[in-house]
Design a protein around this ligand. Structure first.
Ligand SMILES: N[C@@H](CCC(=O)N[C@@H](CS)C(=O)NCC(=O)O)C(=O)O
Length: 198
């Protein structure tokens, strides 16, 4: 098994954290720029996106949450779906909404126009980030003993990506409860080894 990733993608980080928490060795991770038309990535994934996982049989598995779904079935323990299922999936959905909105702005600004974040759609995405984080902060995922579930993984990935990409943005609000959650899991190898950097 091999995973194609980069050092910033929140989607790739979700897959990498899930793999690491399930005990997979990530030392074979191939880092590349998904915007660079790398032939290895294009061969495996016509969407040319990370994360792209290649099974030992050479089959590509893509999409962060599908990778997590596949993993959950493949290696059931430790489960990433512990806790009250409806709440956990609902919270993970909130975090994914924040991640999608951030990734959308970053793509617009970096690949289209530096002012894209101020466009009508850019401002909608900003609203999604602010409102999504407010909801998560009001009722954050809880971390008991054991492996963090998908709600915690996606919330912390969202938080760290916010810090990476929107550190100085005046519209970013404090998130003390999410910060406290982050402190509980930050030292876990799966989280520490995948911290995003530019
Ligand atoms: N829905 C996909 C999104 C993956 C994605 O958009 N990855 C970005 C990096 S953050 C990418 O590879 N972008 C390159 C492109 O869109 O061409 C997932 O959940 O894995």
């Amino acid at each position: 098994m091999k995973i194609l990733s980069n050092t910033t993608s929140p989607y790739a980080r979700i897959a990498r954290i899930a793999l690491a928490e399930k005990g997979f060795d990530l030392s074979g991770t191939r880092l590349l720029n998904p915007w660079g038309d790398d032939p290895a990535l294009l061969d495996l994934n016509p969407a040319a996106r990370v994360p792209t996982l290649e099974t030992d049989a050479g089959l590509p598995i893509t999409e962060s949450l599908l990778i997590l779904l596949w993993l959950e079935k493949k290696v059931p323990e430790p489960s990433l779906l512990t806790g009250p299922l409806d709440l956990v999936i609902s919270q993970a959905g909130l975090a994914m909404g924040v991640i999608d909105a951030m990734a959308n702005i970053v793509t617009g600004v970096m690949q289209m126009d530096p002012g894209w974040g101020e466009t009508r759609v850019g401002l909608r995405r900003r609203r999604s980030i602010v409102n999504g984080l407010r909801r998560l902060e009001a009722d954050p995922p809880t971390h008991g003993p054991g492996t963090p579930n998908v709600a915690i993984i996606t919330a912390i990935v969202a938080l760290d990506y916010l810090r990476l990409r929107f550190m100085d943005a005046l519209w970013v609000e404090p998130t003390p409860k999410l910060d406290a959650l982050r402190a509980l899991v930050a030292d876990r190898p799966a989280f520490a080894a995948t911290e995003p950097y530019l």
